[in-house]
Write a protein that binds this ligand. Sequence first.
Ligand code: FAD
Ligand code: A2P
Length: 287
Amino acid sequence: MTQLQNPSPLAALDQANKSLASHPKGGISAPDQVTVTAVTHWTDKLFSFQTDRPPGFRFQSGEFAMIGLVDDEGKAVTRAYSIASPHWDDHLEFYSIIVPDGPLTSRLRHVQIGDKIILRPKTTGTLGLARLRDGQRLYLLATGTGFAPFAALIRDPEIYERFEQVILVHGCRTIAELGYSQKIVADSRAHPLIGEMVTRQLHYVPSVTRENFTQTGRITTLLADGKLASSLSLPPLDPAFDRIMICGSIGLNQDIAAQLLEKNFHEGNLSSPGDYVIERAFVGDGI
Ligand code: FAD
Ligand code: A2P
């Protein structure tokens, strides 16, 4: 397992990739390529795909890697992607946005079974259990593709050993955008090895903001008005018992962090595990 901590996970990966890009073969050696084995389109803006997993590729559930494609000039175009499959799986899975003019996703959206994808070998990220103190409940709060790291974590038995209850909240604009998380949760509950713990310990709370649905409203509102905890018959958020992982837009991350600071939650890191950790689902204002 490669852990890069300094100065930040993303900067460290960028640095690692710059070294690879100066490789005489253009930075894409055979071990840096994987083959697409399945593709599912969920909406006109969201798709997921699976690849084979190189034998030496190791990571912790919740981490991200750089993946990409070679452009028409032979240059590697790579971006950070959370690995949506758990560390024990024999394939890799990714969940992707489609940015219409995006340098990577305008092309990645067309990948098909048998196509080759660049996968850089370094993995890193802040959404790790090692950064959290022990607690009773683990809240996983995601919007949009920010669900991807949690797709891995909710399939990792370690979170059910560390926490009695895991509460996954996925906020999206529309019901259709929940399709991927609904399928992952349903499959996890039915899984022969992890299904029992998932069914017993995972609460899944999908919420939409721009359509009518069983649960509506922004995650920030559900947290602030206490509706989230009360709808699950749980006590209000308390740093003595609750741990939190957050993955969304910068705005969401900042708004939740502000709420948590008010409640006396402390951000965790490897040298000082805390009550919550945050990762950006993407850089920028979103599409
Ligand atoms: P870019 O030039 O990279 O982005 C153009 C603009 O599109 C951005 O400025 C932003 O406004 C918007 N945008 C980019 N990504 C998203 C997104 N996911 N949701 C909403 N708006 C977006 N993307 C994924 O689809 N799945 C992931 O699992 C994922 N994991 C990431 C993990 C980390 C730590 C970071 C920093 C980013 C992650 N991203 C993920 C974003 C990803 O790196 C790319 O930005 C994205 O694939 C678009 O690439 P692009 O080259 O087409 O467009
Ligand atoms: P809303 O529809 O009210 O903007 P996006 O697709 O723009 O990334 O948004 C995904 C989900 O995150 C939407 O439900 C959106 O709600 C919500 N959202 C966006 N920004 C914030 C924020 N700052 N705090 C809470 N929720 C947010």
